[in-house]
Design a protein around this ligand. Structure first.
Ligand SMILES: Cc1cc2nc3c(=O)[nH]c(=O)nc-3n(C[C@H](O)[C@H](O)[C@H](O)COP(=O)(O)OP(=O)(O)OC[C@H]3O[C@@H](n4cnc5c(N)ncnc54)[C@H](O)[C@@H]3O)c2cc1C
Length: 458
């Protein structure tokens, strides 16, 4: 396409929602996706659900989930670090987006039972994020949206308050376009290990990235370098503890490990370092990413015995198994005597009581530092199992500052023809923490707004 009205940088949920909306408004849209076609869709293809407000039963969602309850949930996780106006727009927009998503090919299913109980608040995609992404691509292409794969945007020229040029590579050549309007929907920068190291220090070399390697922040840093306003803490990222054997990138949701509350967790020196039983796992799994990141070599080991093996969702990687603790230590690369001592001390501090795996049971250690305040049962019954844990980065918080029309803010006011949607502006709403399913809400609502506003401008 030689003269698109709108160029969309990115190929995930936010980019697709923007492209579809703009194409339906009659505009010629070109999407530039950095990834090859089989890997299109960024982190969106790893998702399972989106969080949706509803004043009554809506599609697969049960009961009601009102604006204020949703907003209060957001306040709790962000500790107030949000923009109320934008947050309420995203929340209100989610209700109206759900039927829009269905009308554009997304299919929903009732929530799965298991560790997460989200049937009232979160609508699950049938076939997961991959099916959602594929459905949107089909819809976009039927509307005439042109998609170039392996077409990373390398530079967006900002001249005072206007974008005048978009540079990208494709098919081994450099290209430049000067479209009337641009939407940036190219995610965060967690795929860029050098940038993570700058923000976090050398330990970031050992982080695993749960999603796509293509979200390198090239568009983000390029425009911030030209004076566009940023939002969100550049040194922070959302990280959870995942199986240490997960691949460096794109391990996705299956690499999570739910065994920590029933285990003893040690670092590479065989020492415990945090209360494994502080709270139920859905409320704690996000903090363990940071805890493991602070330990030597950014690795930890979760040890259980046969009593606990079937108490959590099975892991995708089989555990390391042994008949004795020293043997297990050897297989995990830990000092056998040290691990045996740590487990022995832990076992001696456990007290009799009633064990309830699904609730805070108060079964706590006595005289142990750090304590384990729930589910503390001696690890005594072979076989013994061990899993390694690593920090797994979900997304970074740094992004573009936008207003309620998703327009990007330059040094002296809005950039006339630039809008942003999705992870790349989510820091405008999600200053810290994370609310399950809110990433897709922000991308869907602001993607549609960005597409609408860009189309209106052209
Ligand atoms: C394992 C995992 C599970 C998750 N589960 C959920 C969930 O269930 N619900 C939820 O709400 N959120 C979830 N999230 C968060 C969610 O993935 C994001 O909030 C959401 O996908 C962001 O959408 P996006 O379109 O902004 O970014 P992405 O979907 O990541 O898309 C960014 C796109 O930009 C492209 N790109 C990057 N740089 C360039 C460039 N220079 N030029 C051109 N293209 C470029 C990438 O290739 C990619 O296609 C999960 C994240 C992970 C990692």
């Amino acid at each position: 396409m030689s003269y698109p009205d709108i160029v969309v940088a990115g190929g995930g949920n936010a980019a697709l929602c923007a492209a579809i909306t703009a194409a339906e408004a009659g505009k010629r849209v070109l999407m530039l996706e950095a990834a090859p076609k089989p890997y299109r869709g960024g982190n969106s293809r790893h998702t399972r659900n989106f969080r949706c407000m509803h004043d009554g039963p809506l599609s697969v969602l049960t009961g009601t989930y009102g604006e204020d309850e949703y907003y209060n949930d957001l306040l709790l996780v962000t500790k107030g670090n949000t923009d109320e106006r934008l947050a309420r727009m995203a929340i209100r927009g989610s209700q109206e987006s759900q039927p829009w998503m269905e009308a554009h090919g997304v299919r929903f299913q009732p929530s799965l039972s298991g560790t997460l109980s989200l049937s009232r608040t979160n609508a699950f995609f049938l076939g997961g994020g991959k099916a959602l992404v594929n459905a949107y691509y089909r819809t976009a292409e039927a509307l005439g949206v042109e998609v170039l794969y392996e077409a990373p945007v390398t530079h967006i020229e900002l001249d005072r308050d206007r974008i005048t040029r978009v540079d990208f590579t494709h098919g081994g050549a450099r290209h430049s376009l000067s479209p009337p309007a641009v939407v940036a929907a190219s995610g965060g920068f967690q795929g860029n290990i050098e940038r993570l190291v700058e923000a976090w220090g050398p330990e970031a070399e050992n982080f695993l990235i749960r999603g796509t390697p293509y979200n390198r922040g090239d568009v983000l840093f390029n425009l911030l370098g030209q004076g566009v306003q940023s939002i969100g803490d550049p040194t922070q990222c959302h990280a959870v503890a995942i199986d240490g054997r997960a691949p460096k990138f794109d391990g996705g949701i299956v690499t999570r490990l739910d065994c920590v509350p029933f285990s003893v967790v040690v670092n590479k020196h065989g020492d415990r370092f945090y209360n494994e039983g502080e709270d139920v796992w859905p409320k704690r799994y996000a903090i363990w990413g940071r805890l493991v990141a602070a330990e030597p070599e950014q690795v930890a080991y979760s040890i259980i015995d046969s009593k606990s093996k079937d108490l959590f969702m099975p892991s995708v990687f089989p555990p390391v198994t042994a008949d004795t603790i020293p043997e297990l230590a050897g297989k995990l690369g830990l000092d056998p005597q040290k691990l045996a001592r740590t487990i022995g001390t832990f076992n001696a501090s456990c007290r009799p009581g009633t064990f309830h795996p699904t609730e805070l049971d108060g079964l706590a250690t006595e005289g142990l530092t750090p304590p384990k305040t729930n589910w503390a049962r001696p690890i005594t019954e072979p076989p013994f199992y061990g899993y390694s844990l690593r920090p797994g980065v979900t997304f970074t918080y740094l992004g573009f500052k936008v207003d309620e029309t998703a327009q990007v803010q330059g040094a002296d006011g809005p950039v006339e023809n630039l809008w942003a949607a999705g992870e790349t502006m989510a820091g405008s709403i999600l200053g810290q923490g994370y609310l399950a399913g809110f990433g897709m809400t922000i991308g869907t609502v602001f993607g549609r707004i960005a597409g609408r506003e860009a189309a209106r401008y052209v």
